[in-house]
Design a protein around this ligand. Structure first.
Ligand SMILES: [Zn+2]
Length: 145
């Protein structure tokens, strides 16, 4: 299941799935400090119509994959958005805390805004965005969490 992001060579697929966006190294380094784990395995796709199809949201995630309706530049320009999506991938998908089925059940029960996966991601991003900005400004900062 899921999208093979390496397979975006033909035009219809490209239009549907967008194209790969490579994050600046400084952004990757700051994210790795915030999450204390490698983020290089996560593929980011920009201008994805597939993401846009999801009720007008800015992004949707899958295991090791972030599909953006917007540009990669807009994504990295918004630390709270960035950290929020990486939280879904690293702390929910990767740990198998979240599955598509559980997410759907939660959403059906509580809606998009109030489902626990979104609440967790929002809470984490609200707390960690400032820390992320600090790491971005000063890459040598020791993780003091
Ligand atoms: Zn979310």
């Amino acid at each position: 299941m899921g999208v093979d992001a390496g397979d975006v060579h033909d035009e219809p697929r490209r239009r549907l799935f967008g194209s790969r966006y490579v994050l600046p190294r400084s952004v990757v380094a700051a994210l790795e400090q915030v999450f204390a784990e490698p983020v290089g395995g996560v593929v980011v796709i920009e201008h994805s119509r597939y993401a846009r199809l999801h009720r007008g949201m800015l992004a949707t995630t899958r295991p090791n994959l972030i599909l953006l309706a917007v540009s990669g530049a807009a994504f990295v320009a918004d630390p709270e958005f960035l950290v929020h999506e990486y939280f879904h991938v690293l702390r929910q998908w990767r740990t198998a805390h979240m599955t598509r089925w559980r997410y759907l059940v939660e959403s059906a029960r509580r809606g998009y805004w109030n489902n626990r996966y979104e609440r967790e991601a929002r809470e984490f991003a609200a707390g960690a965005a400032e820390q992320y900005r600090g790491y971005l400004r000063d890459p040598g900062t020791v993780n003091r969490q």
